[in-house]
Design a protein around this ligand. Structure first.
Ligand SMILES: NC(=O)CC[C@H](N)C(=O)O
Length: 229
């Protein structure tokens, strides 16, 4: 699996993602700087978490209009897999690669903790190593993770099986108590229509080694490594 990890000023999870990719695939990822408008020939592009351009205007707004994201959009349109985590998810919605927006958390506070999720859908290149309904624990660290889209978009996402992760309570039940940031329908991660782009707020890369307190995130990178070899 040949992977590129995009780095903006203020990105802070690029090394975590690169390590997780190497743990799953045995291969090193390439870093690509935000001003580059040419991307290397890769199978996977990762837009990692952090505070791109200091979160000015709103999270992901400036990065969404950067030269490198125009190139990412072209690659995504051509079928290359794209994974956006946290700030990366925000950037993908700003770019228009994924529907909806990430608003401020319902409680208007930064949330930094472990979150329980259920794997809603294991029929994707990003989640095939999980079983449907599996309970997983990934860390979250965000201020704007409150997923919002209109009802027609939400119905479409659900109808087309494009919701991959949902926030859940400690035993894996999807309910209001488990919805840590107020996201519509507990949505934590979604696919685009062609199913080659995944955006998600929680951080699977920070649950890929026992020293991080858990390895539930490894399945996501292994799913990709399996399909992309
Ligand atoms: N960890 C992250 O990627 C944080 C994303 C963004 N800066 C936020 O606070 O919502």
């Amino acid at each position: 699996m040949r992977a590129a990890v995009i780095v903006f000023p203020g990105t802070n999870r690029e090394k975590d993602i690169a390590e997780a990719l190497e743990r799953a695939s045995g291969k090193k990822a390439q870093f690509v700087w935000h001003g580059d408008s040419d991307l290397p020939d890769v199978d996977l592009i990762v837009v990692p978490g952090g505070f791109s351009y200091g979160d000015y205007l709103r999270c992901g707004a400036m990065a969404g209009n950067s030269p490198v994201m125009r190139a990412v959009k072209q690659k995504a349109d051509a079928g290359v897999r794209v994974l956006g985590v946290c700030n990366g998810f925000q950037i993908l919605t700003e770019t228009g690669l994924l529907p909806g927006v990430l608003m401020r958390n319902a409680q208007l506070k930064f949330i930094c903790k472990k979150a329980t999720l259920t794997v809603q859908n294991s029929d994707s290149d990003f989640s095939s190593a999980y079983s449907e309904g599996q309970r997983v624990v990934f860390p979250v660290a965000h201020n704007e993770g409150n997923y919002f889209a209109d009802d027609a978009t939400l119905d479409r996402l659900e109808g087309e099986d494009r919701v991959v992760f949902r926030y859940a309570d400690a035993d894996g039940t999807v309910n209001k108590a488990g919805n840590i940031n107020g996201s519509q329908r507990n949505i934590a991660g979604i696919l685009n229509e062609k199913r080659n782009v995944l955006g998600m707020m929680p951080h699977p890369e920070n649950a890929t080694d026992p020293a991080q307190g858990g390895t539930d995130g490894l399945g996501l990178f292994k799913s990709l490594a399996e399909v992309l070899q």
